[in-house]
Design a protein around this ligand. Structure first.
Ligand SMILES: [Zn+2]
Length: 338
């Protein structure tokens, strides 16, 4: 047997999303060796969906002259709610037809390697902590700020899972009888600052002849990107809406600071795209107004990992699987011993 095909040389990561699946092939030293993307299969059967993902993984490995036998560990990052310990997907609204799916068991049976499953926000938080903006901290909060608002908490130097899965910051209320949320309740943070909810709000409110609608090519096509672009040009409606968005986000961060006292709050997608002047500077000001001198020790910064975040997050979960299998007991711990 050739040395390069010895079992245990590569790790596989799957980032399973409602619209696409990202596959990454990594070594055991944090390097990404290759990756692939496929649309979420949505075949109507979770088993067939998983078979499609396994087929894509097989093709990715074969392109490197490898096979499932060379895989040392598998990591899966997927939308919640899920049971990370039991390796099961429960009933995520973003994966239609998936209900109580034993994902870790299915992948483990096909690939014959240890498998770990994490909530996608937790996996992203771990990636930002290992290699991104939360590097070197003991207490960090990561908020996805994309279609929804997922949160991952690193507390005391490890991922905090809580009793039912912690970090559901997006579904913490910022108004009691507020906007309806995708979760069925009202007034959640996500109903104000999540990308999907914000886009809906903007499509209703934006002036039909205004700059935001013009950039989008019509009100019905408005997304947060158009709003941010118009705000950058100084459009009054866009600036006011962004101010409202920052205001609600600040309410969430004030709670996080008062309850968890993190060293850093790392913000993903929309905040990262809006940048310092439109998002982070006003946000830090609002938070400081409400938490007082405590704000001096709190960093509020943009995520550092960009397009490669799904790969990094899924391979980080593979590292958890590898650590569990080798009995180092560092599940969720830093990637290096230091
Ligand atoms: Zn909610």
């Amino acid at each position: 047997m050739a040395v390069h095909s010895r079992a245990g040389v590569v790790r596989l990561g799957f980032d399973v999303g409602g619209t696409k699946v990202a596959l990454a092939l990594g070594d055991g030293h944090g390097r990404v060796l290759g990756h692939a993307r496929l649309p979420f299969p949505a075949s109507g059967s979770p088993r067939r969906d998983v078979d499609c993902m396994l087929e894509a993984a097989r093709a990715l490995l074969e392109s490197r002259g490898l096979g499932f036998g060379d895989v040392e560990a598998v990591g899966i990052s997927a939308p919640g709610p899920l049971d990370a310990t039991g390796g099961r997907i429960l009933a995520p609204p973003n994966l239609p037809g998936w209900r109580d799916v034993p994902l870790a068991e299915w992948f483990g049976a096909a690939i014959a390697a240890p498998v770990a499953l994490e909530n996608d926000a937790d996996a992203a938080a771990l990636a930002e902590w290992h290699e991104g903006a939360a590097r070197g901290t003991e207490h960090a909060v990561y908020l996805t700020m994309s279609t929804g608002v997922g949160g991952g908490l690193i507390l005391g130097g490890r991922l905090h899972r809580g009793r039912l899965g912690a970090g559901e910051v997006g579904h913490a209320p910022v108004e009691w009888e507020g906007e309806p949320c995708a979760c069925g309740r009202r007034g959640c943070l996500e109903a104000y600052v999540g990308g999907a909810a914000w886009a809906r709000h903007l499509r209703e409110r934006a002036p039909a002849a205004g700059r935001v609608a013009e950039l989008a090519g019509g009100r019905d096509a408005i997304t947060p990107e158009h709003l941010v672009a118009a705000a950058r040009e100084g459009d009054a409606f866009a600036c006011a809406e962004l101010e409202r968005w920052n205001g609600y986000l600040a309410r969430g961060i004030v709670w996080l600071e008062m309850v968890l006292s993190p060293e850093v709050v790392v913000l993903g997608t929309i905040a990262r795209a809006a940048g310092e002047a439109l998002c982070f500077v006003p946000l830090r000001g609002l938070v400081a107004e409400h938490v007082g001198p405590r704000a001096a020790g709190l960093r509020i910064v943009a995520a550092e990992l960009g397009d490669d975040l799904p790969d990094r997050a899924a391979l980080g979960v593979a590292e958890i699987a590898a650590n569990r299998a080798s009995g180092t007991g560092r599940a969720g711990g830093p990637s290096s011993g230091g």
